[in-house]
Design a binder for this molecule. Structure first.
Ligand SMILES: Cc1cc2nc3c(=O)[nH]c(=O)nc-3n(C[C@H](O)[C@H](O)[C@H](O)COP(=O)(O)OP(=O)(O)OC[C@H]3O[C@@H](n4cnc5c(N)ncnc54)[C@H](O)[C@@H]3O)c2cc1C
Ligand code: SF4
Length: 447
């Protein structure tokens, strides 16, 4: 067993990491699919979209050849409409409730249609928003992920001057560093951020970290309002013996290496175990397999009924050849010469509901072992407790508490995205950034 890079040829890697949801080949194909939309009254698809895009409208605009209007309809509700068309778990959102499903028919491919019009807007550099009056107000946005970008854009469109501070070398947050490479590429993220910034009035300062290069007091003194969209921090530790061994890594670091470097240079084990069953775990498992790992096993402490990923995501992992150990909880990681060799798991049974209204996992006393030279932790992220915990921002273990308009306990400071909701999806972060911008505007007009 060994952890190695360069397991597959360039051609194999490029095939394995090609777009998982390819775009329509031609406009006719898009129009044909768009024509299947029934333009439902009180459309369930739009109600289930967290950013409430007028889906029947943008689809109708495609049918009538008004692609620019269609892109505008999408971007007005969701400025990251292109990214969302590639990364949203649509089977759990808009497409999952399309009325065609009632007739046991295929849903309208809403995401691919959204991609069709928004991708054209970026390619053609369509200028769809014109801030008309500039307010003499300045807002600082900390973090350039989906929540920060959506907030910055909504404010800039209203004529507010925005400065985004980002600690990394590149903007985009988890969109750039965290989401699987077969969903979005670094180039598409860069194009999307450039498009958002092209509205004007938004300055971007990279490699500037709140808490290191400047402090919250500097921002409240220098700006009329502040929006905190710093997301979450590191992967939650397992807290079991052997976690320090070589070969035990965290999913976000693993995915970030795949996103930022050459696929062939990313080392992966022969036998990989991924702990967790959310979207991050599925992405880590499938990408380990696509880099050339022989065996990948997902370990989850509850049963298939309670899995946090969707059926589609689980099927993706299974089709890639990943195995699943349901009802199994990691107990200890064993190693030899400082390197991981296996994972010992407790067999679990489910009993009455716990505090989350989910069946409670209980150890049966039976254990089993899975051979592994790489263990990937995908058990969720923990908030930045270090400085948030010590600040005067009201928070629960680093998760910032906000009111209905995303106002924090400090006047003039607002927050949204993962740092507030504890970690959901891109589309929820976008909506929170957008809603917070509206409250910030009201606040700016009053102060
Ligand atoms: C591995 C992984 C895969 C995922 N896959 C999907 C998916 O397929 N589809 C989906 O919809 N969602 C997915 N998600 C969830 C989604 O990425 C997040 O919900 C979303 O990115 C949250 O946006 P945000 O703006 O709140 O935070 P982030 O995207 O985390 O952005 C926060 C930004 O703040 C910056 N920052 C942090 N601290 C500071 C500081 N002190 N000073 C300055 N800048 C700072 C960070 O560098 C980052 O750029 C995934 C998440 C993970 C972890
Ligand atoms: S539910 Fe389906 S058919 Fe109805 S408006 Fe939405 S996409 Fe069109």
């Amino acid at each position: 067993m060994s952890v190695q890079s360069h397991r597959l040829s360039k051609e194999e890697l490029s095939r394995n990491f090609s777009d998982i949801n390819p775009p329509f080949r031609c406009a006719d194909a898009a129009i044909m699919e768009a024509s299947r939309c029934l333009n439902c009254y009180d459309a369930p698809c739009a109600r289930f979209c967290p950013t409430h895009i007028d889906i029947p409208k943008f689809i109708r605009q495609i049918v009538t050849g008004n692609i620019k209007g269609s892109a505008r309809t999408v971007f007005t509700s969701n400025i990251l409409g292109l990214a969302c068309s590639k990364v949203c778990p649509v089977e759990r959102l808009c497409e999952g409730v399309c009325v065609h499903q009632l007739q046991k028919e295929r849903s309208v491919p809403i995401a691919r249609l959204q991609r069709f019009s928004t991708e054209k807007a970026l390619k053609e550099k369509w200028n769809l928003f014109n801030p008309n009056c500039f307010l003499d107000k300045k807002v600082a946005v900390v973090g350039s992920g989906p929540a920060g970008l959506a907030c910055a854009h909504s404010l800039a469109v209203q004529g507010v001057h925005v400065t985004i501070f980002e600690k990394e070398k590149r903007p985009g947050g988890l969109l750039t560093y965290g989401i699987a490479a077969y969903k979005v590429t670094p180039e598409s993220c860069r194009d999307e951020v450039d498009y958002i910034l092209s509205v004007g009035g938004i300055g971007l300062q990279l490699e500037k970290e709140l808490g290191r290069d400047f402090f919250l007091e500097d921002l409240t003194a220098g700006f009329d309002a502040v929006f905190l969209s710093i997301g979450l921090g590191k992967t939650r530790p397992l807290g079991i013996p052997g976690e320090h061994l070589d070969g035990v890594i965290d999913a976000i670091g693993f995915i970030s290496r795949i996103r930022t470097g050459e696929f062939s240079k990313v080392p992966v084990g022969d036998k990989v175990v991924v702990i967790g069953m959310g979207m991050t775990a599925i992405d880590a498992a499938t990408q380990a397999k696509r880099l050339g790992a022989d065996e990948v096993t997902l370990v989850y402490r509850r049963s298939i009924q309670e899995k946090p990923c969707s059926d589609r995501e689980l099927n993706l992992a299974r089709l890639d050849g990943c195995r699943v150990q349901w009802l199994a909880s990691p107990r200890e990681i064993l190693g030899k010469d400082g390197r991981v060799t296996s994972l010992i798991c407790d067999r679990i049974k489910l009993e009455d509901q716990d505090d989350d209204n989910r069946p409670k996992p209980v150890i049966t006393g039976e254990t089993f072992s899975v051979e592994a030279d790489m263990v990937i932790k995908a058990t969720g992220q923990v908030p930045y407790t270090d400085w948030i915990g010590k600040s005067s921002l009201q928070n629960i273990h680093g998760r910032i508490l906000t009111g209905p308009g995303f106002e924090t306990s400090i006047p003039g400071v607002f927050a949204g995205g993962d740092v507030v909701n504890g970690g959901k999806e891109v589309v929820h972060a976008v909506q929170q950034g957008k809603e917070a911008a509206m409250t910030i505007l009201t606040y700016l007009k009053k102060n």
